[in-house]
Design a protein around this ligand. Structure first.
Ligand code: SAM
Ligand code: ZN
Length: 284
């Protein structure tokens, strides 16, 4: 596991700095965390676990990996890179965190795009799901992958430049704590017509999805700096890809059995992707 010097890890038990050794990290108070053989670090203490295996399951992660590898969400990755390039003033001294990174698709895309411009910031991806981080660690060895929680990201206060939170669970007070003074959060969220064709199949009544307010973020001192939208029609999804998409979204939990059966019977579908990317700045 390579640790870019821009990344300052913190002990999840007492918040003090973590120091790198050959196969482990430790803090001055004697807490030691071994680097897993797959090349990630587990910084999620049992006290922070709500269940034995929190977060997305192995099956959900594999489904997301297949779906994203097929390119259906590539334009979202492109927009992410564009908005960070245009407004993030990225350079190699920075530390960027993907909070709730799943199997690491988006930071892998970002890392490749930045490498072409000879920019190599410290990139950290964290997720509460161990299977997600194992998949991410297999994908890219230049990114630091952590099993950890957004509620207590194990990074030193005021050490992170940008936090990306995609289809996830932002925790603004925790984010604020680890961000530098003018740090940024990029929120990527579904807009009302996102995947509408599939939702019409699985639900008898379409609930108007409320687009999340940023008032909680504003209360913590964040302000909207820039906004992008990724809105397009996908290529045709076949039966397996529809099943994968269902597994990686909350619809799998929300839909009735009949709804899921209607989706499973679909041979093909083209979908609307409608996603917003909001860049917030602290003390902006
Ligand atoms: C909908 S997925 C999105 C994954 C990824 N950002 C993407 O867009 O492909 C949400 C992710 O958040 C993770 N997660 C859930 N609760 C979390 C927490 N408290 N801290 C960090 N990650 C969490 C899940 O394990 C899952 O991988
Ligand atoms: Zn410690």
């Amino acid at each position: 596991m390579v640790l870019n010097t821009a990344i300052q890890l913190a002990c999840p038990l007492d918040g003090s700095p973590l120091h790198a050794h050959k196969r482990s990290f430790s803090c001055a108070n004697g807490h030691r965390f071994d680097i897993a053989r797959q090349g990630y670090l587990n910084l999620l203490p049992v006290q922070q676990k709500r269940s034995k295996s929190p977060g997305d399951s192995t099956e959900m992660i594999a489904a997301r990996q297949r779906f994203l590898a097929a390119g259906f969400y590539d334009p979202i990755a492109d927009q992410l890179i564009e908005i960070l390039n245009n407004h993030g003033q990225l350079n190699s001294k920075m530390c960027l965190l993907d909070a709730g990174c799943g199997e690491g698709f988006y930071f892998e895309c970002l890392s490749k795009a930045l490498l072409k411009k000879a920019i190599q910031p410290g990139l950290v991806g964290l997720d509460i799901s161990k299977p997600a981080i194992i998949a991410a660690a297999r994908r890219n060895k230049a990114i630091t992958w952590l099993v950890a929680s957004n509620k207590q990201p194990p990074l030193m206060p005021a050490s992170v430049d940008v936090i990306v939170c995609m289809f996830g669970f932002p925790v603004f007070d925790a984010f604020k704590n680890i961000l530098k003074e003018d740090g940024k959060v990029l929120l990527v969220e579904a807009r009302p017509t996102h995947l509408i064709e599939l939702r019409k199949v699985i639900y008898t009544e379409i609930k108007q999805t409320n687009f999340p307010e940023i008032s909680t973020a504003e209360q913590q001192g964040f302000a909207l700096l820039a906004q992008g939208i990724a809105s397009y029609k996908t290529a045709t999804l076949e039966t397996q890809q529809i099943a994968d998409l269902l597994l990686m979204t909350p619809h799998m939990f929300r839909a009735s059995l009949a709804g899921k059966q209607r989706a499973a019977a679909l041979k093909q579908i083209e979908l609307t992707v409608d996603v917003s990317l909001r860049l917030l700045q602290l003390n902006g």
